[in-house]
Design a protein around this ligand. Structure first.
Ligand code: ZN
Ligand code: ZN
Length: 360
């Protein structure tokens, strides 16, 4: 079988680079004169599917570690090293000048042979991601993102819960998604999958979102260790614990962020610009971390976690003073009365920014 190239790529990239970096740039496809007529009205399309040849690749492995360090088959990856070395990418068509197409988003180096162009048609090409079945399985989309290792989309969604993007929410998403994927688990927020977090920081929100183990569904257990670590376990206790490697080292790659963190967050002394800048930096770091191999970020160990029973259903009690309903075991007996902790003025535990604290 022989395939004719219909043109070539002109790009500022002479050699392969991070595909995501390449996709941020504009490049040009120059179509051979004999095919120019075939471009008639191509500019009616905002997006094109481009098929091209990975002409620099000369070998492939059917099964090998891919991006993020996961072992996957070549057909389950977007690796440029493939048996028939064909790449396909959806690009934005910015402008046509004769047989030159200015495009954005192509991850192909200078001189790449173009094999084919087609308009991108959302109705044909876009996966059905309406997730109509979300009413039946609210985590359908999240599970899909975990299975396909699309951590970037998962982080974007986790931002809806967390309110901002930062390195630690990113780490929480990475850890939670990795554990579920590795254990082959889907969480339904019913305590069959349990996450034990050892800190209540931004990290915990990433974990809650990715694992579906939350404060409210009792599948989240809080252990007040003050460590950036999480154990995700099955009901029988078998699971994985991920403990973040040296955080300081991680952030020392970003000295500006470190400095601003001290100024803005630790000393609460930043200007408006400083705050804006740190948010911007945090955002960038969060999305950089999400692309790193998980074992670069975490120590990972198999564990047998000791889990408590399923959350018990307690009988209700009523406070004899204020009349409010309380969980039975939380009632305090005082002077022959059943009182709520508040009316009894009793000590209690509170989870706040300091961790669990006893309030007297
Ligand atoms: Zn955060
Ligand atoms: Zn009361």
């Amino acid at each position: 079988m022989e395939i004719e190239s219909i043109g070539t790529v002109k790009s500022k990239f002479d050699e392969p680079a991070d595909p995501e970096e390449m996709q941020k740039e504009e490049s040009t496809i120059i179509i051979k004169p004999e095919y120019e007529e075939g471009l008639y009205r191509i500019e009616d399309n905002d997006y094109l599917q481009v098929a091209f040849q990975f002409h620099l690749s000369d070998s492939y492995e059917l099964k090998a570690p891919r991006r993020h360090g996961r072992v996957r088959g070549v057909f389950a990856s977007r690796s440029p090293n493939r048996p028939s070395s064909i790449g396909t990418t959806c690009v934005e068509l910015l402008e046509r000048q004769g047989r030159r197409l200015k495009i954005k988003g192509l991850d192909a180096v200078d001189g790449t042979p173009i094999l084919d162009l087609k308009p991108y048609a959302a109705i044909m090409d876009k996966p059905d991601d309406d997730f109509a079945d979300k009413k039946e399985d609210p985590r359908a989309e999240i599970n899909h993102l975990i299975r396909s290792h699309d951590l970037e989309s998962l982080l974007i969604k986790a931002g809806e819960l967390h309110g901002h993007f930062c390195p630690y929410v990113s780490l929480g998403v990475i850890a939670g998604a990795y554990a579920l994927d590795e254990l082959g688990l889907k969480s339904a927020g019913m305590e069959d999958v349990v996450a034990i977090v050892e800190t209540n920081s931004c990290f915990s929100d990433g974990v809650q979102y990715a694992t579906g183990c939350s404060f409210g569904n009792n599948a989240l257990i809080y252990r007040d260790y003050g460590k950036t670590a999480v154990t995700v376990a099955k009901r029988d206790g078998t699971g994985i614990r991920l403990y973040v490697k040296d955080n300081d080292e991680l952030l020392s790659e970003y000295p500006e962020a470190e400095e601003l963190f001290d100024k803005v967050i630790v000393n609460r002394a930043g200007t408006k610009e400083d705050k804006k800048r740190i948010n911007q930096l945090w955002n960038e770091i969060a999305f950089e971390l999400i692309r790193k191999p998980v074992d670069e970020l975490f120590n990972i160990e198999e564990v047998n976690a000791e889990l408590s029973e399923y959350a018990p259903i307690f009988e209700d009690a009523f406070c004899n003073d204020c009349g409010e309903k309380i969980m039975g075991p939380k009632a305090v007996s005082k002077e022959d009365k059943d009182l709520c902790i508040s009316c009894a003025d009793a000590d209690y535990l509170q989870l706040d920014g300091r961790g669990l604290v006893e309030v007297e």
